[in-house]
Ligand binder design. Structure first.
Ligand SMILES: [Mg+2]
Length: 235
């Protein structure tokens, strides 16, 4: 029986077209350029390499450079979310109609998550925010990230559904019995032409991969998708 819905935050609860993640990517590269005296191109290469190898750029910086994660998180998330995201009362209504406890599971940090949820007008929908600090920086897609969340919720994987926009975060969740809904983002196809495209954007699925139990094209479909999955027998 389903008890919890685990929601990713960035580009799941608001669309990539908002431009918020590219703005945060700009801050990441500014951080790398300043701290390590890199050119914009070298900063981008490092950002990408760490994202692919370690799950987040931050994880790579911690393992290879022992940086202070708090300082990095504050710096990269220092953007005005109000310039990118508009309130979404329709999403609030959809989330209200989902009859399970909803939590956030994000590779960002709690202050960023709170700013995004407040701006969307959906903060009251979520009972808890599990962030990268809670995960002790062992971020998604590490299996340990999901194991920590399940322990904190005192739940089994079979009692949870994960809603994500990043396809590579699904496999480890599924290994734990968590059912998965992937947000497909055909619009991501236009982004890699940008000079410093978000590495995550290049990995977005435009067709439903085997690790997803269900795929949707708009977060507005999430209520129906959860209802559909909740009545299927566990995998
Ligand atoms: Mg995301």
């Amino acid at each position: 029986m389903i008890r919890y819905i685990l929601f990713d935050l960035d580009e799941t609860l608001y669309p990539p077209s908002s431009g918020l993640m590219p703005a945060i990517g700009d801050r990441m590269r500014a951080f790398l350029e300043r701290e390590y005296a890199l050119s914009p191109e070298d900063a981008y290469d490092l950002q990408k390499r760490y994202w692919f190898e370690y799950g987040t750029t931050l994880r790579g910086l911690m393992l290879e450079h022992e940086i202070d994660p708090r300082h990095y998180l504050d710096f990269v998330h220092d953007v005005d979310v109000k310039q990118f995201i508009v309130p979404n009362p329709e999403l609030n209504r959809i989330l209200s109609s989902i009859p399970y406890e909803k939590v956030i599971v994000t590779n960002a940090d709690v202050p960023h998550a709170q700013r995004v949820l407040n701006q969307l007008g959906i903060a009251a929908q979520f009972s808890r925010i599990f962030d990268i600090v809670f995960m002790e920086y062992e971020c998604k897609p590490a299996r340990g990230a999901y194991e920590r969340v399940l322990r904190a919720l005192n739940a089994t994987g079979a009692e949870c559904i994960l809603v994500e926009d990043t396809a590579r975060n699904l496999a480890t969740a599924r290994e734990l019995g968590i059912r998965t809904i992937l947000l497909l983002q055909p619009e991501a196809r236009t982004q890699p032409s940008a000079r410093f495209a978000d590495p995550a954007a290049q990995m977005k699925a435009t067709a439903c991969p085997p690790d997803a139990d269900l795929c949707i094209e708009d977060i507005a479909q999430v209520g129906d998708a959860i209802a559909q999955l909740a009545f299927l027998p566990p995998p």
